[in-house]
Design a protein around this ligand. Sequence first.
Ligand code: ADP
Ligand code: MG
Length: 397
Amino acid sequence: MSVLKMTDIDLSGKRVLIRQDFNVPVKHGKVTSDKRIRASLLTIKHAVDAGARVMIMSHLGRPTEGEFDPQFSLAPVAEKISELTGQKARFVKDWLDGVELADGEIAVFENVRFNRGEKKNDEGLSKKMAALCDIYVMDAFGTAHRAQASTHGVARYAPVACAGPLLTGELDALGRALDNPPRPMLAIVGGSKVSTKLPVLDSLSKVVDQLIVGGGIANTFIAAAGHKVGKSLYEEDLIDEAKRLILNARESGGDIPVPTDVVCGKALEETAEASLKRADSVEDDDMIFDVGPETSGKFADMLKKAGTIIWNGPVGVFEFDQFGEGTKSLSMAIAESPAFSIAGGGDTLAAIEKYGITDKVSYICTGGGAFLEFLEGKKLPAVEILEERAKEQRKNG
Ligand code: ADP
Ligand code: MG
């Protein structure tokens, strides 16, 4: 990897704009899990100790772009950073026109997604962000697969663009873990982001020996097998893609197992009653929220034989215990397997914590989508632009 590293650059007196992934859970104006913020302290402290004027930006949740919405404000994050660093971090609501900071001072900017043009990587917005700093630092691995103004455009126009220690650490560790991994290599892809994750499976299936699908992705495969999925989360437009993936797998002597039993509910609620059904007996008003024990057992058998296990996405709505058995059983199977295991994704990490297998997973990665794209062997756009900028800089001496 040939990017400039923040830790190799003199930051003293410089305006340093750091992109972090502070997409953290917030309840009643308080951060309820500060893991991601703690992870970034190393980067922040390094910049502060070097005498930089530190500006931090991040997204949080999925607000409507261009609209302020208090539930997605980064104010609670600024408070948490003050608490953890023991130094007041100034929260700045309107920051695009610039802020005055002293050396060693920290500012936390309001949610980047409140700005129109963030997701489209708008040039004007990117230039405005770039004008705020002398050095831009990309340190958010979890968003490195997205080319947006705060992850990509800003890096193009900032005077200097480099990678922070969290990002380089993650890239190095993943690269090492995936360099000649023990076979067979098995990937479990679940969760709810069907439209972004299902299309990744095609290239992923060329890298791994075996695919297992769960969650909303499995529902799309159940529909592709010709079964009713009722009101389940699935992607109708991707049914053909799911069929093609199964055919491809069979042609090369493998298979993508479609769940044979499922756990359904009538509403996505904590108190919803769970009922176990055959995958071909789902009713019109059912929602599939988990895989059943027969399917889980099959998954566990496959995991036992794996050399490397890759996991992204819970296979059920594990937040509610009655729909968590599939993900729990999967977690136990990973914990018991002698295979080298790598897991990534915000909700996947929450499941790992819930079922207490943190120490049993060989490598834990903070990104979900970025993790999958890295596995595919794709260049992450936010990393690619840093590489381009590094090349330019070297050429210009
Ligand atoms: P990650 O954050 O690990 O990348 P995702 O964000 O894609 O994973 O998905 C996690 C979410 O998927 C969880 O909140 C879980 O409740 C939900 N989920 C899993 N299975 C289902 C399902 N069958 N129907 C609806 N939601 C599901
Ligand atoms: Mg998630």
